[in-house]
Structure formats: C-alpha cells, structure tokens
Ligand binder design. Sequence first.
Ligand code: XIL
Length: 364
Amino acid sequence: MKDINFRKIRIAICLFILIGLTACFSCSDEKQEPEKPKKPQPETLRDSPFPIGAALNPNSLKTNVNYRELVQKELGSLTPENQMKMWTITKGRGEYFWDDADFMADFARSNNIRLHGHCLVWYKDGTRTNSNMQWLINFQGTKEEWKQVMREYILAVAGRYKGKVASWDVVNEAIRDDGSFRGEDDIWCKNIGAPEYIDWAFHCAHEADPDALLFYNDYGHEYSTTKQQAINDLIKGMIERGVPIHGIGLQMHTNVNRNIVDLRNAINFAAQTGLKVHVSELDVAVNTSKNPSAEFTTELQDAQYRSYMMVSATMAALPEEQQYGITTWGLQDPVTTPPDWPLMFDSNYQRKKAYQGIMNGISE
Ligand code: XIL
C-alpha cells in the first residue's frame, strides 16, 4: 500500500517536472520567433488589399524587358507620367497626338492594370512656352470662350478614354502653398476665375465619362497645414455646389527628413473630406543635400522604410471605400548625379527595404 503511494508520488513529481520543462521550452521558443505581421502578407503588390502602382512611360515599357516584366508582376495601377497631359497630347486647338496615350491605355487594359489618367487641367500647361502649347497661350477670348476651349479639350480626351480610364486627376495643383488660387500664374484662373474653372472642369469630365472617378490632385499636404486646409475647404465647397468629385490625390513627393507623423496626418486630414484618398505621386528622397558622392546607407534605407510603411499603414487603416491606393512617381531608382534612391525598386529592378515597408504597413 505504502509502496504504491510512493510510486504514485514519484510519477506525479516526474510528470510535474516534465510539464514544467515543456512549458519553459515553448516559452523560450516564442521569444526567439521573429515578430510576425498580424495579417498574412501578399506575395506581390498586385495582391495587396488596395491597388499599388507607379507612374510609367511608354518607352521603357516598349524597350526594357526588366521594366515591363516588373510592372506586369507587381503593379495593380498605373499612371502615365506625361502622356495624358495637355502639352503632350495637343498640337493645336482640336489637334491631338494620341499614340503614346493610346499605348498606355492598351497596355493597362491588356494586362488588367487599373489606369489612372493624369491630368486634364494643369496651370503648367499654360507655362510651356517652347512646346505644343502656343495655341493656348496665344488664345484670346471671353470667359465663355475659354470655358468652351476647356470643355472641347476635356470631352475629346476623357471621351476617347471612356471606359478605359478608371479615374482622372481632373485638376492638378490649383492652390499655392499659402492657400490662395494661382491668379495670373494660372491661365485658367486668369481667364475663367477660381473656383469656377475647377467646378467647370469636373462637370465637363463627368459629361465625357460619367463612370470615371474624378480627383482633385495637389502637393504639399504633408508640409503646409494652410494649404491642406485650403484644399479641404475647396473640396467641401465643390461638394456643397453639387460638383461631381470623388477623390483627393496627395502627390507626396517627400524625403526622409520629414517626420513620418506628418505623412500620416496628411492622409487622415484628406480623408476627412469623405472622398477616396489616392497617394498619387509618392517618392521619398534620401539625398536632400544633393551630395554628388552620397551613399545609400543602412540608416537611410531604414528611414525610408519607415516612411513607406507609414504611408501604407495609414492607407490601410482608412475605411475600405476610401482606400483608392498608392502610386509612386516612377518605378525604379534612377541613375543620376547627384544620386538618389527614392522608390521601392532599385535601379536593377530589385525590391528594396521600402518595398518591405509597404508590405509590412498593409499587414499590420
Ligand atoms: C513631371 C514629370 O515627371 C516630368 O517628366 C515632366 O517633365 C514634368 O512633370 N507633379 C505632377 C506631375 O503632377 O505631373 C509632375 O510630373 C511632377 C510634379
């Protein structure tokens, strides 16, 4: 009887020790495991919960296999860098050069990539004195005649890409950093007045393609609270006037010296309009002093990683219907002097830490 009891006690002690050791090992295992993102990560950008894309050009798509294959593998959205701007698409009033824009539209369609049109009305079109824009710069007319010129142009371009372009930057950069309209510096503001020309552009775009999502696009939200407020006020006014507007584009040409909280605040502030939010021209420069012998150090790579991660994490935290996506201004780091490394892919088309930043941000 006594013997049995002793055996029972010995077995119990052994079991106790065994359980303790197992618990201890599994504890230390857990500690050693690297931190896992909370949600499973997509394999490429194409599988991300909102479209991620880049501004592209037709020459690289046509001639550079590495570039083209990377686009096909990774991108869910594309913006033609220059091919849908007035100064590349027109030669005179009613005279158009469609080849490059058509190529971009066909490429997007055949690869099942969302196409974002950029941009129908931009004050800079009226400042390109040595190019195709003389016809507009020399135009003389009443306010109504200027509105007619704008309408003709928008109906032609947005009409041609109806059903092919998912969304348009209808008006680009109408507001200065101090929150004012551009006045004399903006050919449309000067001849039609603002915000009237902006409202008009959106009405014309909606007339041309009632299914396209229409965006107001600008820069500086992350560094000027005055401008950010002026943009939201403009949009609020447009909504009150019944103007068809669906989205706000934040260019976000930024750099690693900018506090990443400013990036988050800019996106969240824009989201207060209730519209879809597109980070439309993202790049994060690292060589802000333009040092010709700068190097892309681990510290700079990490800082850039944090900027990219903040942008995607903030986008992912918006209500789903407001997550229009993230577009970088270019695909791969350029080879330039002074050098810089602003994008998600290096000049050999390989993923950088910035790419991992985007991925970790969306799976947080
Ligand atoms: C830039 C292009 O990248 C250049 O190739 C071109 O010479 C000038 O325009 N904001 C915009 C973009 O909305 O259209 C600009 O693109 C960059 C700043």
